[in-house]
Design a protein around this ligand. Structure first.
Ligand code: NCD
Length: 310
């Protein structure tokens, strides 16, 4: 049985075929409409979510399956003190596959050890968010036609942003990748990202503070929200939350074929005027999230039709 807990759980070849399947689904969703008939997806969300939970649900419904689950820890037996191990054993009797979001790093990994069904990590604390990464990769591939030979600027909360950690981990497997890590001092990427991923692989990266100076170099700009819920004190959050605000003036410094991604939700970090710029790719990214999750559910359930390599 396969799970998706870490972005590296799938090989580059497997990601290629998953993205090819997602692309096929995007081109003609109706062809996939009945493939999960009779199957159930459980969404176990111990932390708030809009996009991730609803896009998983939409994905399963699009495939003709059904969904069940909970959207906060208070409405599950966790509130009564049930362990993850017990919860997942029980859910395995009710559903065919599950997506779990949890504030504790490593919770979905623990669940996978006890599960009788595939477990998908839908975000664990400030750690990883592999399905957002699939969404990001699909968006980059569709916008730029490739996943290698790109200069990628990641901007904002690089410390607590799990989408950033997963995206760096994944992109580090492609040739010709260079990162500009744009953040305030206090919100730089965790040491392990540098010492265990970037340095050992010899990937060029710079840690910088200026978005303006970085703009002209970027093929992709990945904006992120300052992760309020992971701060220990409110004062620091208030001081740092508006460090970067992407405006049309800053966009004018970027390449004409740059793409701007954001995992959403956006707070203040991209002004609404930027939405009209053709380089803004974040709503398209949200749409791609449904296609990659459809492809992922089919793959983990062993129901994916044979795919040609892209
Ligand atoms: C992200 C997350 O939950 O980590 N949201 C999402 O899944 N699209 C990003 C965020 O909350 O800032």
């Amino acid at each position: 049985m396969r799970h998706l807990i870490d972005p590296l759980d799938f090989s580059v070849e497997e990601i290629d075929s998953l993205l090819a399947l997602a692309g096929d689904i995007a081109a003609d969703r109706t062809r996939y409409a009945g493939l999960c008939r009779g199957k159930k997806l459980a969404t176990l969300f111990y932390e708030p979510s809009t996009r991730t939970r609803l896009s998983f649900e939409a994905a399963m419904l699009n495939l003709g399956g059904s969904v069940l689950g909970f959207s906060s820890a208070d409405s599950s037996s966790a509130a009564k003190g049930e362990s993850i191990a017990d919860t997942i054993r029980v859910i395995s009797c009710y559903a065919d596959i599950c997506a779990m979001r949890h504030p504790k790093e490593g919770a979905p990994l623990r669940a996978a050890r006890y599960a009788g069904i595939p477990v998908i990590n839908a975000g664990d604390g400030g750690h990883q968010h592999p399905t957002q990464t699939l969404t990001d990769l699909m968006t980059i591939r569709r916008r730029k036609g490739r996943l290698g030979n790109l200069t990628i600027g990641l901007c904002g909360d690089l410390k607590f942003g799990r989408t950033v950690h997963s995206l760096i981990k994944s992109l580090a497997r492609y040739e010709g990748i260079r990162f500009l890590l744009i953040s305030p001092e206090e919100l730089r990427v965790p040491d392990y990202v540098i010492n265990e991923i970037l340095r050992p692989k010899g990937i060029p990266f710079e840690e910088v503070t200026s978005l303006e100076e970085s703009m002209p170099q970027l093929d992709i700009l990945y904006m992120t929200r300052v992760q309020k819920e992971r701060f220990f004190n409110e004062e620091d959050y208030i001081r740092l939350k508006d460090t970067y605000i992407l405006t049309p003036a800053k966009m004018s410094l970027g390449k004409p074929d740059m793409a701007v991604l954001h995992p959403l939700p956006r707070v203040n970090e991209i002004t609404l005027e930027v939405d009209d710029d053709p380089r803004a790719a974040y709503f398209e990214q949200a749409q791609n999230g449904v296609y990659v999750r459809m492809a992922l559910i089919l793959t983990l359930l062993g129901l994916a039709p044979q795919q040609k390599e892209v």
